[in-house]
Design a protein. Structure first.
Length: 520
């Protein structure tokens, strides 16, 4: 192996799987992406499932392409990593074979809430003001739904695991995972990075038996070695170490160079998120945990917009017929045309304001999407820009909440995800936030972050600061424009922050009326 080894990394997303050969300078010696024909299937409205071997087959397919195309480089590969989507679970039997299909993070099935908590815990939750939140979390926990609806299957379940745990097993024969992957509706103590004890106050929200939970390791540790079976299926050389990393969002935050408290990471993905990197454990919102960061000494407080840049795709599908047709002729994406057209619209969309709560969150379960201020001169282009501005406003609002709770101030933002490809999205974000927005040299920040961990384990870099200096390079800086920022702040404080508070009683009434009619 050369003095400067390569890292082979897999990135398993909601829409596609990637295999990359990453160099220590953050560039890629090879890259292949497999887009899913069917990211998930729904047997019922709101459900999202996938067959057990779907993701394994996709990484094998991507691996074969890269390993065949770059066969001469395989001798230089020092380690393998994998990072995946979060909150996606499987039930395995005593032989580690799947008992049912995978349930994805997108799945919206609900468990019944039939007074499952002990009286003393109910009292504590009531005093703390989180009665509604705990009920929502209990209902959203897949383990509770399986217990209620598939009790025989739950009895056969020897291991209740996250997607990366299962893929690690298929790659190495070892059923273990990184602590930084434990993000979801599971009984994990985020502050101490261990499984919750049975005596924990909130274990009852997702009461998985201790014996069903896997072994956890720190990021950077060797999970196991690539087996002959996986090597045959994927082309990845047998015997290479698989290094523990963390979740896709966590790896992306690291890959964007966000390891200091003065920086924030924004991911413009299907779900839009804003994350910090803190040495102290600070909950981003009451009763919501800060996630374990990939660097073992840090936490990532995060607030998400569940329907983030999904809204852009939704808009193009529902209202962008003309741009779709034009884009087909020009050979480009319709979003590129829309981005170009909205540049001439002023900040604030001439009075159109959008709040992007298309899917309610745990903290505000009654929230709904809102668009206000329509006038006869507004077009679908105003609506499109209002979506982007609304997402930026909500991310700014989320960052303000976290900064206040953490007693920290952010002075620069690093952006990733599909939406970060758009210059107008980045510029609007800078104008709203009032601080520089930086875009790095690649849109594959997640894989860069995962590879960093392996390079540290291999001894290529001493620490993450050195790894970031070599692997992350700022390509574009979007500076806030004074006049635009002032306009956005007037809109934010004078209008945006008042929308939910004023409409929340209306939302509750709508929910009550429509639920009653559903029953009738």
């Amino acid at each position: 192996m050369d003095e400067q080894p390569l890292v082979l990394t897999f990135d398993v997303g909601t829409q596609s799987a990637r295999c990359l050969l990453v160099r220590p300078d953050g560039s890629f010696a090879d890259f292949h992406q497999i887009k899913y024909d069917e990211p998930y299937y729904s047997r019922r409205p709101g459900w999202a499932e996938q067959r057990p071997d779907f993701y394994y087959d996709r990484i094998c397919e991507a691996g074969r392409v890269v390993c065949e195309r770059s066969a001469a480089l395989l001798k230089d590969v020092g380690a393998v990593t994998i990072t995946t989507i979060r909150d996606t679970v499987l039930c395995l039997d005593e032989n580690n074979e799947p008992l049912r299909d995978i349930i994805l993070w997108l799945d919206k099935r609900q468990a019944d809430f039939d007074d499952p908590f002990p009286a003393w815990k109910k009292l504590v939750f009531k005093i703390a003001g989180v009665e509604e939140t705990t009920e929502i979390m209990y209902r959203a926990s897949v383990c509770n739904w399986i217990k209620q609806n598939q009790p025989e299957l739950w009895q056969k379940t020897a291991h209740y695991v996250m997607l990366p745990t299962y893929l690690t097993y298929r790659m190495t024969g070892v059923l273990a995972d990184a602590k930084a992957n434990m993000i979801g509706h599971i009984p994990f103590d985020y502050k101490h990075r261990v499984w919750k004890k049975d005596s924990s106050l909130t274990k009852c929200l997702f009461d998985v038996e201790q014996e069903k939970l896997c072994r956890l390791v720190d990021s950077g540790e060797v999970l196991g070695k690539i087996t002959g079976a996986f090597s045959k299926a994927s082309g990845v050389p047998a015997g290479l170490p698989l290094i523990a990393t963390g979740s896709d969002k966590g790896c992306e935050t690291l890959g964007l160079s966000v390891t200091k408290s003065n920086r924030a990471a924004i991911s413009f993905g299907t779900t839009a998120t804003v994350q910090l990197a803190l040495e102290d454990y600070v909950e981003p919102q009451p009763f919501m945990p800060a996630y374990p960061a990939v660097p073992n000494n840090l936490y990532n407080p995060e607030i998400e917009i569940y329907r983030g840049f999904w809204l852009v795709s939704w808009f193009v599908k529902e209202f962008g017929a003309a741009e779709r047709e034009e884009a087909t002729v020009l050979g480009c994406a319709p979003e590129q045309l829309l981005d170009k057209y909205i540049e001439r619209l002023p900040p604030g969309c001439e009075g159109l304001l959008l709040q992007p709560y298309w899917t309610p969150g745990i903290v505000n379960p009654t929230s709904r999407g809102a668009v206000i201020g329509f006038a006869d001169y507004h077009t679908h282009l105003h609506f499109y820009r209002a979506i982007i501005e609304g997402i930026a406003f909500e991310l700014y609002h989320s960052l303000e909440i976290m900064q206040k709770r953490a007693k920290r101030r952010v002075d620069e933002v690093f952006v990733g995800g599909g939406g970060a490809r758009s210059d107008i999205v980045c510029q609007i974000t800078a104008d709203v936030f009032g601080i520089p927005v930086k875009r790095i040299q690649t849109h594959e920040a997640c894989s860069v972050g995962a590879a960093m961990v392996a390079f540290l384990t291999l001894g290529v870099f001493r620490d993450y600061d050195e790894a970031i200096a070599h692997m992350v390079h700022v390509a574009d800086v979007f500076k806030p424009r004074k006049t635009e920022h002032e306009t956005y702040m007037d809109l934010y404080s004078g209008a945006y922050c008042k929308v939910f508070r004023r409409l929340e009683p209306v939302y509750r009434r709508i929910i009550k009326i429509t639920k009653r009619r559903d029953i009738e």
